[in-house]
Every structure is written in structure tokens, then in C-alpha cells.
Design a protein around this ligand. Structure first.
Ligand code: SF4
Length: 348
């Protein structure tokens, strides 16, 4: 069907959509009042999957997720939105009925006009950094999480992002010639565009380059768990070393039950080298290396609860991050090159 000349606009629009994602611009939505318009999104997905570059996939996920959120915020029919996520994701979301029904609820629950099963809520909400998304910070009513309509929109767009990033789309071996040309054009743009655009914001998706130790501490901090002092220092120093601002690092720790804003700011700024006394440490502290992490019981690979083959070839979490980020940027998923190009530095 895509080889039919009358359908060429579908491929052209799909290409435009991918280029917009790469340029971090809003996705151009096409509305020709033609049923074929619906094919533009899957065609754009097909092109990205055929290229198989993880960084490109992340750009697409980010842009499509934002487009979904913008589109949903214009949709006034809540019943339609609920029906859509029930049909598409199998979520159990219910509209809280009449004012009379709301009046029978405890007062804090009357603010919400929707409710969602907690297991569906947890499919997406843990990806969001703000503490208001943590389940412990929300009312829970016999397994139902009360939510607002705007929150449902955000959860749906987050699910879209997740689907694209974790894509398992089957791509046919033989593609129509027009589509193959589109794949080649995007591929030729890729290197320059990814280099030209600003570095990816630290997001739910770009944390995929974190080594197991940092990934564990980062998700524990976001989940509101109290981290031991050594873990806080290691995580804060690592995040600052890879270019996060002090405000962003503060946000990572803000869900902690004993979070005290002024104290946390003081500590993070001290680690960043922005406080007197740390000034002699140019640029602040460097995150601890693997040996130190292992000695402090903070290396899950050493403890046997996680494994990544790259850990055997590095001696520092920052080396891991640099290598994994490079692999992601170049769409390299095979780990077989470690043994050919590098010497093992640790054995587990
Ligand atoms: S080996 Fe190093 S990089 Fe890997 S999890 Fe342990 S401390 Fe982190």
C-alpha cells in the first residue's frame, strides 16, 4: 500500500514527523480529513525501528508523548479518553459519578473526578520525578487511586513514551522502495542532527545509561526511600559529574522522608564545589570509584543482586556511563565488542 504513488504523502509526513522529533520541535499533526492520515504515525515508528538507533527512538518517544499530551488536553470528552485507555492499554479507569456519589466519599477524595486501579497507575507513574506521583503521597481507596483528568492525560502520554522506548515492533525485511529511501535519508541526517541538538535532558529514558549501582540508588531516591549517607554522596556526586544542575539533583532527593530543603541544598552545593571550603576542589567532588562503592556495600553487581557485562571492563561508574551513553547514541545493543576491544578490570 505504501508503494502506491497516491500514498507518497504518508511517507513524506512520517519523515517530517521524525525530523521534528530530532530537532526537539512539536510534531506537525496532519488533518486532511482522510482516513489514511492515521497511517502516518505507524509509518514513522516503522522507519525509526528499521534504523534501530536507541537515541533516535528516545527522541521520537519524547516528541510523540508530548504530542499526545497536547492532543488530549484539547479533548473535552472524558468518557472518550477513558474508553481509549481502557481499550488500548487494558486499564481500569472509572469516572466518579454524580455529585451525590461524590458526596458519599471522604472529603479528600471529592477533588478527583476519576479513579484508576493502582496496578495500572504503577505501570507509568514511577517514571515521573515529582513526589506528587509517588503512591505513598496519594490517597488510596480499596485499590483505587483517585486521579484528575489532567493526570490521566499525563499517564497516557507517559505510556506512549514507554511503548516507543521499549519497542518490540516487528519490521518486515523487505520494505517498499520509497520507504527504504526515507530510512536512508533519516540515517544520513542522524549523525549531524543528534550532534547539533542540545544534550538530552536527564529524563526517565536517558537514565538508561546509568550503571546498576547508580540506577538502583536513583530509583530508590525517587521512590522516597531513605539512602545511607555514602549512597547520597555517591549519587549526588555522580549526577553532578554528568552535568545535572544542583536544582535537578535536589529534586531527585526531594521525595526522601527526611528531606530538608536548606540542608539538602547546602550538601549538594558543597559536593558541587559551590561552597566555601570546597572551593579548593576544582569543580567539586568526583563520584567514588567501583572499589570504594564495593567497600561501602553499594555495588549490586559485587553483592550479586544485579549484573551487567560492562561492569567487568570499568573501574568507575562514570566510565560505565560514558561507554553506555556512547553505545545508546550509536544504537549498539550487542555487548560482544567488550572482550575484543577492552581488558577485563574486575571479576565477579
Ligand atoms: S561495578 Fe562499578 S559501575 Fe558496576 S555497579 Fe558496581 S560500582 Fe557500579
Amino acid at each position: 500500500m505504501l508503494s502506491d504513488p497516491s500514498n507518497e504523502y504518508i511517507i513524506a509526513e512520517a519523515e517530517r514527523r521524525i525530523i521534528a522529533a530530532l530537532d526537539q520541535e512539536p510534531i506537525p499533526l496532519v488533518d486532511n480529513r482522510d482516513r489514511r492520515d492515521f497511517l502516518i504515525y505507524p509509518t514513522a515508528r516503522l522507519i525509526v525501528e528499521r534504523i534501530g538507533n536507541q537515541r533516535l527512538r528516545e527522541y521520537q518517544a519524547e516528541a510523540e508523548s508530548k504530542a499526545v499530551n497536547a492532543h488530549l488536553s484539547d479533548e473535552v470528552d472524558t468518557e472518550f479518553v477513558v474508553h481509549m485507555c481502557t481499550e488500548s492499554f487494558g486499564w481500569d479507569v472509572r469516572i466518579v459519578g454524580s455529585e451525590h456519589e461524590k458526596d458519599r466519599l471522604p472529603i479528600p477524595l471529592r477533588l478527583y473526578n476519576l479513579r484508576m486501579r493502582f496496578e495500572n497507575y504503577l505501570e507509568v507513574a514511577p517514571q515521573f520525578h515529582q513526589s506528587s506521583w509517588k503512591l505513598v503521597n496519594r490517597p488510596l481507596d480499596r485499590g483505587w487511586v483517585p486521579i484528575r483528568r489532567s493526570e490521566l492525560d499525563r499517564l497516557i502520554s507517559g505510556k506512549f513514551r514507554q511503548i516507543i522506548v521499549q519497542s518490540t515492533l516487528e519490521v518486515p525485511t523487505l520494505l517498499p522502495a520509497r520507504l527504504t529511501e526515507a530510512v536512508q535519508r533519516i540515517e544520513s541526517e542522524l549523525g549531524s542532527k543528534i550532534r547539533r541538538t542540545a544534550p538530552l535532558e536527564i529524563s526517565e529514558t536517558s537514565t538508561s545509561a546509568f550503571p546498576p549501582c547508580i540506577a538502583q540508588m536513583h530509583s530508590d531516591a525517587l521512590a522516597g526511600k531513605n539512602l545511607p549517607h555514602e549512597a547520597r554522596f555517591a549519587l549526588a556526586a555522580f549526577l553532578l559529574n554528568i552535568g545535572m544542575s544542583t536544582d535537578e539533583v535536589m529534586r531527585v532527593f526531594s521525595a526522601s522522608p527526611d528531606f530538608v530543603q536548606d540542608l539538602a541544598r547546602y550538601q549538594v552545593e558543597h559536593i558541587a564545589g559551590q561552597r566555601r571550603g570546597a572551593a579548593s576542589r576544582e569543580g567539586g567532588y568526583t563520584a567514588p570509584g567501583c572499589r570504594k562503592m564495593q567497600g561501602n556495600g553499594l555495588c549490586p553487581v559485587y553483592l550479586g543482586s544485579a549484573f551487567d557485562p560492562l561492569c567487568e571492563y570499568v573501574l568507575h561508574p562514570l566510565q560505565f556511563y560514558e561507554t553506555r551513553a556512547w553505545e545508546i547514541a550509536h544504537g549498539i545493543t550487542s555487548r560482544t565488542w567488550y572482550g575484543r576491544k577492552r581488558q577485563k578490570k574486575q571479576h565477579f
